[in-house]
Design a protein around this ligand. Structure first.
Ligand SMILES: [Zn+2]
Ligand SMILES: [Zn+2]
Ligand SMILES: [Zn+2]
Ligand SMILES: [Zn+2]
Length: 473
C-alpha cells in the first residue's frame, strides 16, 4: 500500500487524513506489540518457519499468530492506543491537525510486511478491521467471476487534482486493482487520475468505494464514476497502471494549459437545452458551435446532431486543429464535449488560451452521462470506448457506414493487415467477401503483395485523404 500525502492547497480534509494515519499508526503499534511477545527459538531451530513460532504474553504461551493477535486486541487495547499516539507524535502529528508532512513510507512498508505475515495465518479476524479503507482486505470477499460479461461492469472516472507523488497513487492503484481482479488502464500524474477498469460488479463497486475512501478522492460522488456493462475480458493488455506527464495525452505542458483554466461546465440538462435551442434557432448557428473533441473514428459511429467533428486521429492533434481554425472559432460560444469529460477539461483550457472565443463551455460527465439521462436524445448512434467492446449503444440508430458498400454499419474491427492500427467498418457481407482492411494499401499487404518493408504504423495511407477542416456531421 502507498500513502498519498495531501497536495498543497487541495480541498482534502485534514481530519480524514489524520484518521487514516491514526489507523496506520495503530496497525504499526499492534504489529510491534505482537512482535515483542515473540519467543526466540534456539539457533538449532529454523527461525523462519512461521509454524515453529511461539509468543508469550501475560504468562501465557501462544502457538499461532491468530491467537496472540486475539489476545493483544482483547487485553492490550490501551497499550496499542498509547503506542500509536507516541508514534504519531514522533512524526509531528496529532489526531486533529497534521503540522508537518509526515514521512510514512517506512512505516507503511514495515506494516505491509507485518500484515502480509499475519494474513498468511488462519482465522485472523482481528486484523481485518485494521485495514485502511482505501485498500480493503478482500481475502474473504466473494468477488465473483471477473470475466463474466453478463453480470460484470466497467467503470470510467477521472479527477483533476494536485498530486505530489503520483508514484504512490500508482502503487496503490495497482495493488487495489490486483486485489479486486480488475483489468484496464489507470493513468496517474501530478494533475490527477484517469481510470477505466473492468471486472465483476462486486469488484467494481468495491473499487469505487475504496477510491472514494482515499483522502485525495473522498469528495467524489458516485455520479462521477460512469458505469457500463462489461468485464475484465475487454482489456487485452490486462492491467496497466502508469505515471504520465498528462492525464490525457494532449502534448501540451500542463503548466501551459492547466485544468484550472478549463471551460465552464454545463450539466447534462443545460447542455441538452442549449443544443435544443441551437437546433431550433437559425440565428444561434452563427453564434454557437458544438464541437466534438474526440477522434474522427469515434464521432463516425455516434454524434450529437448539429455538432462539428474535427478530423483528428488522436487527442494530441487537438492543439493543431485549434491553431488552424482560430478564425472559425472567432467570437463564438464554443460548447465542447467528449466521452466522459476528461479531454474537454484540457482541450477547453487550450482553446480558451487562444483568446478568440466569446465563451468556452463543456459538457460535464461527457456523452456517457448525457446518454444515461437522454438515451433517445440528440446523441445518435453509439458511444465509442477504448476497449474491445468498441462501442456502447445509446439508441438503435446506426450512424456509421461500411467502408466498402456504404450500407449502415457501426461495428468496428481492427484492420486485418497485421501492422496497421486503424479500425475498420466492414459489414458482414463485405467481410465475407474478404474486405477486411482500412484501405487498398492494407488489402494488398494483407494479401501478401507487399510483405516487405511493412512497419508497425500509427498512420495509414488512407488517413491522409481525410478533411482537416471542421465539418458538420
Ligand atoms: Zn498479554
Ligand atoms: Zn459493406
Ligand atoms: Zn489498415
Ligand atoms: Zn488504410
Amino acid at each position: 500500500m502507498a500513502p498519498v500525502t495531501e497536495a498543497k492547497g487541495s480541498p482534502t480534509p485534514r481530519v480524514q487524513k489524520a484518521r487514516v494515519l491514526r489507523q496506520l499508526a495503530k496497525k504499526q503499534a499492534f504489529g510491534q506489540l505482537v512482535k515483542s511477545c515473540e519467543l526466540h527459538p534456539d539457533v538449532s531451530q529454523q527461525p523462519t518457519c512461521p509454524a515453529a513460532k511461539k509468543w508469550n504474553c501475560c504468562g501465557e504461551t501462544f502457538d499461532s499468530m491468530a491467537d496472540i493477535c486475539k489476545h493483544v486486541s482483547l487485553h492490550h487495547h490501551n497499550k496499542v492506543e498509547e503506542e500509536a499516539t507516541k508514534l504519531l507524535s514522533s512524526l509531528h502529528m496529532s489526531d486533529i491537525e497534521i503540522t508537518e508532512q509526515p514521512r510514512t513510507s517506512d512505516l507503511v512498508e514495515d506494516m505491509s510486511k507485518d500484515s502480509k505475515k499475519q494474513k498468511s495465518e488462519e482465522g485472523n479476524k482481528s486484523q481485518e478491521s485494521e485495514e485502511v479503507a482505501w485498500l480493503p482486505d478482500v481475502s474473504n470477499v466473494d468477488l465473483g467471476d471477473p470475466n463474466d460479461e453478463r453480470s460484470g461492469l466497467v467503470t470510467l472516472f477521472y479527477k483533476y487534482c494536485e498530486v505530489e507523488r503520483p508514484e504512490e497513487l500508482e502503487v496503490w492503484q495497482r495493488d487495489l486493482c490486483t486485489r479486486l481482479k480488475l483489468t484496464g488502464k489507470v493513468r496517474v500524474s501530478t494533475e490527477g487520475i484517469n481510470a477505466t477498469v473492468g471486472g465483476s460488479s462486486q469488484a467494481v463497486h468495491l473499487y469505487i468505494q475504496a477510491v472514494r475512501e482515499h483522502p485525495l478522492f473522498c469528495h467524489m460522488t458516485t455520479q462521477e464514476f460512469k458505469l457500463s456493462p462489461g468485464s475484465a475480458r475487454h482489456f487485452h493488455g490486462g492491467l496497466k497502471v502508469g505515471v504520465y506527464q498528462e492525464l490525457v495525452p494532449m502534448g501540451v505542458d500542463p503548466a501551459c494549459a492547466s485544468y484550472k483554466e478549463a471551460g465552464v461546465h454545463l450539466s447534462v440538462d443545460e447542455f441538452h437545452e442549449r443544443l435544443e435551442r441551437h437546433l431550433q434557432t437559425e440565428d444561434d448557428k452563427d453564434r454557437t458551435v458544438f464541437v466534438d473533441c474526440r477522434n474522427f473514428y469515434e464521432s463516425r459511429i455516434g454524434h450529437f446532431l448539429g455538432a462539428v467533428a474535427p478530423d483528428i486521429r488522436k487527442f494530441s492533434y487537438w492543439p493543431e486543429y485549434v491553431d488552424k481554425n482560430t478564425e472559425f472559432f472567432q467570437d463564438k460560444t464554443v460548447v465542447m464535449f467528449c466521452t466522459g469529460g476528461i479531454r474537454c477539461e484540457k482541450g477547453s483550457a487550450y482553446l480558451k488560451s487562444k483568446g478568440v472565443c466569446k465563451d468556452v463551455l463543456q459538457l460535464e460527465g461527457g456523452i456517457h452521462k448525457y446518454m444515461e439521462k437522454y438515451p433517445n436524445g440528440y446523441f445518435r448512434g453509439k458511444l465509442f470506448v477504448f476497449d474491445d467492446r468498441y462501442a456502447i449503444p445509446a439508441n438503435s440508430d446506426i450512424v456509421g457506414r461500411c467502408f466498402y458498400c456504404k450500407e449502415a454499419w457501426d461495428e468496428y474491427k481492427p484492420c486485418s493487415s497485421a501492422h496497421c492500427h486503424q479500425l475498420v467498418l466492414s459489414c458482414d457481407r463485405c467481410t465475407a467477401a474478404g474486405w477486411t482492411t482500412c484501405c487498398r494499401d492494407c488489402q494488398l499487404q494483407a494479401a501478401g503483395a507487399s510483405a516487405r518493408g511493412v512497419r508497425c504504423r500509427e498512420e495509414c495511407a488512407c488517413t491522409k485523404g481525410r478533411r482537416r477542416i471542421p465539418v458538420e456531421v
